[in-house]
Design a protein around this ligand. Structure first.
Ligand code: BGP
Length: 476
């Protein structure tokens, strides 16, 4: 069943500075955490906070250093997005382009200018910029100087960064969100919050203290955004995906609820304005003490977000049965167990369109605020035919089914602002650093080792998505 999406629904795509721009030190930009991530196993170790060096290693390949050179090619890429009919493009601003060290006296004009040009280029085609303020790229200097988000100092520095970009782009950007996938701090603490752990430290304590700092910083940004750009909307952003109990055993059901709450915790605070009881119980039972300043709780209560942004790739599943837990192969950060009813992608991510409808309903039921799907897509290996075409029917199939379920969620009464599919152009994979894990409607000639012409090429899905947008979702 396909039906027309509501008027004003924003169709588009989502990218992130560190996975597209490249030019990692150009025009004054400072080093960010993602510039220290190589590919392969080492990448994952570092993302989890096991970091030996805070400077790139000579001779090592770092995908973010050049990425797909969006920094110099954004006009060409935006023209392609416009050709598909995009009404919105989610991008992130790299903190270290604006404040190279994060705590510089004055902002870097060349960095501010780049994003001015980017937003002007989008305006040329009536494409709404949807801007992520922090997308996994804390300036490295802030780790060296303050230990990154474990230090309360970052709250003030983040607020100053946010106010700087709100003031600069107040006439160009009306959709903002604070921290990308804020719950990833728990699973990939270096990427989520620049956390580096030393032997014997209580990592859980450090993570939740850092989380508190980000939650306060987010509320400060919400407050500033409403003051500086009264007609803007500012949201939070969750790596979402409902968790199924492996059986109807109440222990499995409870564990599934508990796993969802581990992620909901961040959004409960940002959307409902206070720490939920289950979190306080968790802190007590694990001897965690969250240091708060006296006006923190009032700030959180008064400055909640306008909408819930979220990414959806897969649903999850959990079990209390050790045999089941032992057999899991889909090694993902949520230690989800394999779901016998569902297939997975080549990277082991579960494919569950119905889970998208369930997740959207769950979030809307819980928060009763508009939702914004700011990431959804299929990372897959694409082959180029002899005639240069790319038949990515598997990607069309994934997206078609997920958009259809999103339509069902809207019919269920869920208020969804828009849909920006992840990686409308092939970009660097966050988890693996690979280019081989492609999401795009547009192919980019670059391989896992950084070789290639960077030439752009339309895939079959380019023309399919153009039709979807043209027909407001009817022609799937
Ligand atoms: C999310 C990030 C995105 C993007 C996406 C796909 O965690 O917000 O930056 O990377 O995952 O994941 P991957 O690139 O690892 O396939």
């Amino acid at each position: 069943m396909t039906r027309q999406f509501p008027d004003g629904f924003l169709w588009g795509g989502a990218i992130a500075a560190n996975q597209t721009e490249g030019a990692y030190l150009e025009d004054g930009k400072g080093l960010t955490i993602v510039d220290l991530l190589p590919t392969g196993e080492k990448r994952f170790e570092i993302m989890k906070g096991k970091v030996d060096s805070l400077t790139p290693v000579d001779g090592e390949y770092y995908p973010s250093h050049k990425a797909i050179d969006f920094y110099h090619r954004y006009q060409e890429d935006i023209a392609l997005f416009a050709e598909m009919g995009f009404q919105a493009l989610r991008v992130s601003i790299s903190w270290a382009r604006i404040f190279p060290n994060g705590d510089d006296e004055t902002p870097n004009e060349a960095g501010l200018k780049f994003y001015d040009n980017l937003f002007d280029e989008l305006r040329k085609y009536n494409i709404e910029p949807v801007v992520t303020i922090a997308h996994f790229d804390v300036p490295v200097h802030l780790i060296k100087e303050f230990g990154s988000w474990r230090n309360r100092k970052l709250v003030d520095l983040f607020e100053r960064y946010a106010k700087t970009i709100f003031k600069r782009y107040k006439d160009k950007v009306k959709y903002w969100m604070t921290f990308n996938e804020i719950n990833m701090l728990l699973h990939l603490p270096f990427v989520g919050a620049g956390l580096v752990f030393k032997e014997g430290e209580n990592e859980t304590q450090i993570k939740y203290q850092a989380a508190h700092h980000q939650l306060v910083a987010s509320a400060r940004a919400v407050k500033a955004c409403h003051e500086i750009i009264p007609d803007a909307m500012i949201g939070c952003m969750l790596a979402a995906g409902t968790t199924y109990p492996y059986t109807s055993n109440p222990d499995d059901v409870f564990k599934a609820m508990d796993r969802d709450r581990e992620s909901f915790f961040f959004i409960d605070v940002q959307a409902r304005g206070e720490y939920p009881g289950y979190a306080k119980r968790f802190f007590k039972e694990n001897n965690l003490t969250i240091d708060m300043e006296e006006d923190d709780e009032e700030l959180l209560k008064k400055h909640t977000v306008d909408y819930i942004g979220f990414s959806y790739y897969s649903s999850r599943a959990t079990s209390t049965d050790s045999e089941v837990l032992k057999n899991q192969t889909s090694g993902n950060v949520f230690d989800s167990v394999d779901n016998p009813y569902l297939k997975t992608s080549e990277w082991g991510w579960t494919i569950d369109p119905k889970g998208f409808r369930i997740t959207a309903n769950q979030l809307y039921d819980r928060y009763q605020k508009p939702l914004f799907v700011v990431e959804n897509g299929l990372g897959a290996v694409d082959e180029i035919n002899a005639d240069g075409t790319i038949d990515d029917d598997y990607r069309i199939d994934y997206l078609r089914k997920h958009i259809a379920e999103m339509s069902e969620a809207i019919e269920d009464g869920v208020d969804i602002i828009g849909y920006t599919s992840w990686g409308p152009i092939d970009i660097v994979s966050a988890s693996t650093g690979e280019m081989k894990k492609r999401y795009g409607y547009i192919y980019v000639d670059r391989d896992n080792e950084g070789n290639g012409s960077l030439k752009r090429r339309k895939k079959k899905s380019f023309y399919w998505y153009k039709k979807v947008i043209e027909t407001k979702g009817i022609n799937l």
